[in-house]
Design a protein around this ligand. Sequence first.
Ligand code: NGQ
Ligand code: ZN
Length: 450
Amino acid sequence: MTRLWFESAFLATGWAQDVAVTVENGIIAALDAGSPPAPGDERHAIALPGLPNLHSHAFQRAFAGATEVRGPTGDSFWTWREAMYRAVDRMDPEDVEAIAAQAYVEMLEAGFTRVGEFHYLHHGRDGRPYADIGELSARIASAAEATGIALTLLPVFYAHGSFGGQAPNHGQRRFINDVESFGRLMQSAARALAPLPDAMLGLAPHSLRAATSEEIAAILPLTEGPVHIHVAEQMKEVEDCLAWSGRRPVEYLLDNAPVDARWCLIHATHMTPDETVRMARSGAVAGLCPITEANLGDGIFPAPAFVAAGGAYGVGSDSNVLIDAAGELRQLEYSQRLAHRARNVLAMSEGRSTGATLFDSALRGGAQALGGSPGLAVGAPADIVSLAMGHPALEGRQGDGALDGWVFAVAQGGIDCVWRRGEKLVEGGRHRHREAVRQRFRAALARIVS
Ligand code: NGQ
Ligand code: ZN
């Protein structure tokens, strides 16, 4: 049993003062508000629940910041994707594990305690499955286990190069399965997750480009876990979908798949007002990845209309070009401010704090999308983040004001400690395995580049 004590804590029921947290076997066994610290309690100032990172492609951390040089033709999402495929070509299982561990350390240090790994890199460099078809899923699981982050693994079904079941291209050969081989992959992934506490298994048709609606229907029964899909991220995708089907991607998906609260639609950037309301009413979570969406030039999600229609959202670090939980929330709000030339857009109503609204929404939407627990409550894993109150932008801040300070006014060093299942993984902003993980990451990069 461990006891932690906080001057204040953002509990599932709201802010509470003088909170003692009793942890037994990783689970919050008791939450006592208004109780003075007992001798031996470890004391901290402000406790937040860890945020879920609902969308990651961990391997992409390897080339973060390395695709920012202008090429010969107009640079775009699609030229970035070519560069990404070239990087993928060079990775072996050991590299994938080392890169994922690096990304997960950075996520924990940023305040993310669960990751939804949208995992589509399955096969060897020649495109042939490994002896265990789930080899790379197991590597992701190992990286999560070594770093301590909670994992929702979303093995990705990817069969085609574009709409209408087109053949995949050479750069996609490591991603490809049919329904039968994907079934074996899911079984292997389930075995890999078995030793991980709090792990969840879902699945993810990559996009309407990569999976037909018949294939989506065929794979859905393979799990009861969450279902994620990329949709309507780029205008070219919208145009291609219209040319092929006469419908826009979100419209097509809502018409052809049983989209409900089990689903998470990643990006959903380009929607008409009608699609926006329909998606909100479906109960699916919008998986927004504001930093990556800005980096890739995707566009701006129609957040005010979606939220006004009752839509739920969470955030993900996606390409992992920058791993920053507060930064995702800030970018989400700032994109809206720039688009609407307004302030405090996602606070939605008078008197509400923008930082607290973003945080609470991402917490609940992320938990729904990843099958985790929404916040600090008895019976939930003790996944806790403490703010570094020595930071000048947090000076004297309390409650929602501390969240506004953390989201908008802290560039670095806003997080002090992070506990997963009551175990302190991050202290003074540093993960306890930071150096060892970095060494392995460095060696992997050297192999990939050479
Ligand atoms: C991915 N990533 O699967 O990694 C995608 C790009 C695609 C982002 N959209 C590839 N950020 O959508 O075809
Ligand atoms: Zn993605």
